[in-house]
Write a protein that binds this ligand. Structure first.
Ligand code: ZN
Ligand code: ZN
Ligand code: ZN
Ligand code: ZN
Ligand code: ZN
Ligand code: ZN
Length: 1003
């Protein structure tokens, strides 16, 4: 099960004097314990295995980032395990821990949120410290940790913790620490302490706080104050201390929605390929469920239901495929490495398995040993290959042969003479085994997790017969919690593999036997398995909200209930329906039990209704009561239309997830704006950043209209990052014509912080079609998406933010539309259901128009009335009614000239401007800025009588509208927008440093 610990501690908190292996005898239990529990890195040391090396070409010191080159007389060392390179002179200052002990330094493991397999240039692996170039790798979407695919299993689970709310904690007790992640710093990063450069393009070096983007040298970090204030984004950061996510086995990716988008993309491509939808869907569901499987724990044999076993099996299969790829990659790298290193001909490559499970899964490491090497040397090499820092005396090796007895190898004879068989073309393989000092008793370490008395782990003596119950009692006493509270705690087994998985132990399980079992299966896994005390009560509380989308719209509550229960099953009912968004076919259901919620999640995510896959999300919770005290804080809710503007949306969302709390960043491809608005419904004050086209802005505003009354903050101000083309509203608000990718996401967020609030009038466009015979109502049917229309009178209503056009201008909208169509964007538009109708309508219209000769007679087909007065129309082919003074991607149809008749228009004056277009030539001139439109009228209430079917558009979304009456009136729904200020600012890092400087001097 995924853990969701609620303590933002510094990642290096308790320092064990050796690894998390429970091998100590009774002699070293207590005394050593107390000193180590409160110790620091110095006591453990950095853990590297340094050996002297001659650097024949320029290399760089991972500590100080300066050059090492033996030829010019500078000597250096390299760590045999993690390739940490260091000057001789820097060696005594090294504080960066070796990859072999990084995991042991973690107090509360937090899993990374891995990207898909990617290629990255100019970055370094956080495990083996080598370049990632040309090799498959993973990136953490939250903290910028990078690993080679083959290094992933050795990654330390030390990601940024983004949901740390602890009930009962006073605001004064909440301390946010920096989260230091190593290396891959932005170019020209300067150290916050010594002001010197602390980045390198040549090696993994320097540290960066994943919250406040402060950068520092390894050693200088200790002089920077420990507390983190979130740096330049503190005004809009959603603090982790107010967020909870339920303790479930669901990976983080499913909560912040990284995974689901990826799967959706997969699905689309798969569907295209196979055409067999049903099969594809099951395949995906399996894939999804297997990805939540418990990695590598396949044979601990404890209480695995058949379902779980199946899942693990799938996981293994998946692993196998992945491994194939990695193996070939490994081979490549080895030959590459060989070129670098001088190899002696007596070297032999040996496969090492670290346990039975690894053998079954065919996961091994390879080591290169001299043919004459003894067992001890081989053990040492094997330990290093698994990033294990431990006394080799605790290990031994055996020959691993599939299907035959394991043979222990003699310590004195050279290893290869025993292993090599002339007829075998296979590489020799070995088991690395752990030597039990006494198989019947030992010590286990119990960590306190997020208990209020936060200390280091405690060693608990156990025998083969000690039960979890006994351990609980003993541990509670040692942590000073008293055994009377035993019923409030669980002992959990936590495994820090590439996800952090946890399992609640039942009271009669035997921890010592569990450890023995795991170590037989995989030593690597044993080292990453721990026991934690955990309060039974989840800090998230007992309400778990699931958001469900893609249901049909406008059903009754009973119908929604029926559909959902049909998928979930009667044996697992939810406790309540949280809210129903009828217009959107979306429902939030509430469970009061984590396991039940996960079961429902798993059933719903594979459910298909009306040929659509249901969308299901597990929502985080914001403890809004804590935000009321933080007056200077206005958290930002970020919506990204990932599919807008090519892949720019993808880049932006990745950047924002890293810069902010990922729980405040929502992908609109994942249920639209509603999940985010639901999560923020109790936040007293917040701002919204919408990344997408004007259509996306309209979509978010429209959802805000709908959820406003249920939210504490009814009209949060909205800023825009324009994606794609058009973007008239964004232009008017100074957010630019379209994001180019050149702008730093950090600068965008600073602009949002500084932006001014401004009101945006909004308008309701009501169409009352004339009574028509059958078959003529298609346009109306098409409009029902957002209408509050009643079927009887065919009236439909739209909210208009930008402009409304009739005639020629709507024709032009087709061009916009087609342009957008090139970046297919199903979700971009609140009108998407109408696409088909509109296309038909336009084709028809074009035909009609070409049939009619001399179509410059719109004035004969429509009648215009402004504020109750009839207005005579000049000869025009189209009219445009404007709320904002930008149209057609940045033109101003109203024009700049002064005019006595009309007042200067704004988008908050309660007035609309009506302009006319005489023809295609005029339209072209307007587009190129040579002419403006013909000013016709200005007013707050517009009525138009349409005598025939005409093309119309609202905010650039066109269709063909039958004859009837159109009324445009001011909507009660007003929006507050954010307008970018004109002030230019200096470069990002400079500003930040000038902010942090006073803090340093005061500390
Ligand atoms: Zn150095
Ligand atoms: Zn090392
Ligand atoms: Zn690596
Ligand atoms: Zn991470
Ligand atoms: Zn920080
Ligand atoms: Zn420094």
């Amino acid at each position: 099960m995924r853990r969701s610990r609620s303590m933002a501690g510094p990642e290096i908190a308790s320092i064990p004097e050796s690894l998390d292996v429970d091998r100590r005898t009774s002699a070293d239990s207590e005394g050593a314990e107390s000193s180590s529990a409160t110790g620091n890195t110095d006591q453990l040391g950095h853990g590297h295995f340094f050996t002297k090396k001659s650097f024949h070409k320029p290399s760089y010191c991972h500590h100080c980032a300066e050059m090492i080159w033996t030829l010019i007389g500078v000597s250096g060392y390299v760590c045999e395990v993690c390739n940490f390179v260091v000057h001789e002179r820097c060696m005594k200052h090294v504080v960066t821990p070796c990859s072999s002990i990084a995991a042991a330094l973690i107090k509360n493991p937090v899993p990374h949120c891995w990207s898909e397999l990617i290629h990255v240039k100019r970055k370094f692996c956080n495990v083996c410290r080598k370049r990632l170039d040309d090799l498959w790798c993973f990136r953490c979407e939250i903290c910028d940790y990078y690993v080679h695919a083959e290094c992933q299993e050795f990654a330390a689970s030390n990601c940024r913790e983004c949901a740390t709310y602890t009930p009962g904690k006073e605001p004064a007790q909440i301390i946010q620490y920096h989260h230091w992640s190593e290396g891959n710093l932005p170019n020209n990063s300067k150290c916050a302490s010594c002001r010197k450069s602390c980045w390198s393009s040549e090696c993994l070096c320097g540290y960066r706080c994943a919250w406040c983007i402060l950068t520092a040298h390894p050693l200088c970090r200790s002089t920077v104050p420990q507390e983190c204030d979130f740096g330049p984004l503190k005004k809009i950061m959603l603090p982790p201390s107010v967020v909870t996510i339920p303790r479930t086995e669901l990976p983080m990716e499913t909560i912040i929605g990284v995974l689901s988008y990826r799967k959706m993309k997969d699905k689309e491509s798969k569907e295209k390929e196979s055409g067999n939808e049903k099969e594809t869907r099951t395949a995906i569901s399996e894939e999804l469920s297997s990805s939540t499987g418990i990695n590598g724990k396949d044979s601990s044999g404890e209480s695995s239901s058949s379902k779980e076993r199946k899942r693990r099996k799938e996981k293994e299969r998946e692993d196998k495929e992945e491994r194939k790829e990695r193996d070939s990659q490994k081979e490549e790298r080895r030959s590459k490495d060989k070129d670098d290193e001088e190899q002696d001909s007596d070297a032999e490559i040996v496969k090492v398995f670290d346990g039975n499970s690894s053998m079954r899964r065919k996961v091994f490491r390879t080591i290169t040993v001299n043919r004459n090497a003894g067992a001890k040397e081989v053990v040492e090499a094997a330990l290093r290959s698994f990033y294990i820092k431990d006394d080799p005396g605790n290990y031994y090796i055996t020959e691993a042969l599939e299907g035959s007895e394991e043979r222990t190898l003699d310590v004195t004879t050279p290893i290869c003479s025993m292993l090599m068989k002339e007829d075998s073309r296979e590489r020799p393989s070995l088991f690395l085994r752990y030597r039990d000092k006494d198989p019947n008793k030992g010590f286990i370490k119990v960590y306190p997790g997020n208990l209020k008395s936060s200390q280091g782990y405690k060693s608990i003596p156990v025998t083969s017969d000690t039960t979890v119950d006994d351990v609980l009692e003993y541990a509670l006493r040692k942590f000073g919690l008293g055994t009377t509270t035993k019923s409030k705690y669980n002992l959990i087994e936590v495994t820090m593999d590439n996800r952090v998985t946890e399992r609640v132990l039942s009271h009669n399980e035997k921890p010592w036997r569990i450890m023995q079992q795991i170590r037989k299966e995989s030593i690597h896994q044993m080292l990453k398995t721990r026991f934690y005390l955990q309060e039974k009560e989840d800090p998230h509380g007992s309400t778990i909200a699931l958001f469900i989308g893609n249901l049909p719209s406008n059903l009754s509550q009973r119908q929604y209930h029926g559909i959902l229960m049909g998928f979930i099953g009667d044996d697992n009912p939810f406790s309540t329906i949280g809210i129903i968004y009828y217009e959107y076919g979306s429902v939030v259901i509430i469970y009061d039990n984590n396991d039940a919620a996960v079961r429902a999640f798993n059933s719903l995510k594979v459910a298909v209704f009306d040929d659509r896959n249901l969308l299901v999300m597990l929502l985080p919770n914001i403890q809004a009561q804590l935000l009321a005290n933080l007056k200077e804080l206005t958290p930002l809710l970020v919506f990204v239309n990932v599919k807008s503007g090519g892949c720019q949306g993808m880049e932006l969302i990745a950047s924002f997830r890293k810069l902010l709390n990922p729980y405040q960043v929502f992908d609109l491809g994942n249920g639209g704006p509603l999940p985010g608005l639901y999560v923020f419904r109790n936040v007293p004050k917040y701002r919204i950043l919408i990344c997408g086209g004007d259509g996306t802005v309209g979509w978010v505003l429209q959802c805000l209209d709908n959820v406003g009354q249920d939210s504490v903050c009814q009209s949060p101000p909205c800023a825009v990052v324009p994606l794609g083309t058009g973007n008239d509203l964004a232009r008017v608000l100074r957010w630019g014509t379209g994001y180019t990718g050149d702008e730093e996401p950090m600068d965008i967020l600073r602009d949002v912080i500084e932006a001014d609030e401004i009101r945006l009038d909004r308008w309701t466009v009501v169409f009352h079609p004339d009574e028509k015979p059958e078959g003529e109502v298609k346009a109306v049917a098409a409009c029902q998406v957002m209408s509050s229309s009643t079927a009887e009178d065919n009236t439909s209503m739209f909210v208009m933010n930008n402009y409304f056009g009739i005639g020629l201008d709507a024709d032009l909208a087709l061009d916009f539309h087609n342009a957008r169509e090139e970046n297919p964007d199903k979700f971009n538009s609140r009108f998407h259901n109408k696409r088909i109708y509109f296309k038909m309508g336009l084709r028809k219209m074009v035909k009609n128009r070409s049939a009619k000769s001399g179509s410059r007679d719109l004035q004969k087909e429509i009648e215009l009335e402004v504020d109750g007065k009839h207005v005579d129309l000049p000869p025009v082919e189209g009219i445009i009614i404007l709320n904002i003074l930008s149209w057609g991607a940045g033109c101003n149809p109203w024009g700049m000239e002064k005019d006595e008749t009309f007042s200067k228009p704004t988008h908050w004056d309660g007035m609309l401007e009506v302009v006319g277009v005489t023809g295609v030539v005029h339209l072209g001139q307007m587009q190129s800025g040579l002419r403006s439109g013909i000013r016709i009228a200005q007013g707050g209430h517009i009525r138009i009588k349409m005598r025939s079917e005409l093309p119309v558009h609202v905010d650039g979304e066109p269709w063909s509208q039958g004859s009837g009456q159109v009324v445009v009136l001011r909507s009660a729904l007003r929006a507050t927008m954010l307008k970018k200020t004109k002030i230019k600012r200096r470069h990002t890092t400079e500003v930040h440093h000038s902010v942090t400087e006073p803090e340093r001097s005061s500390s």
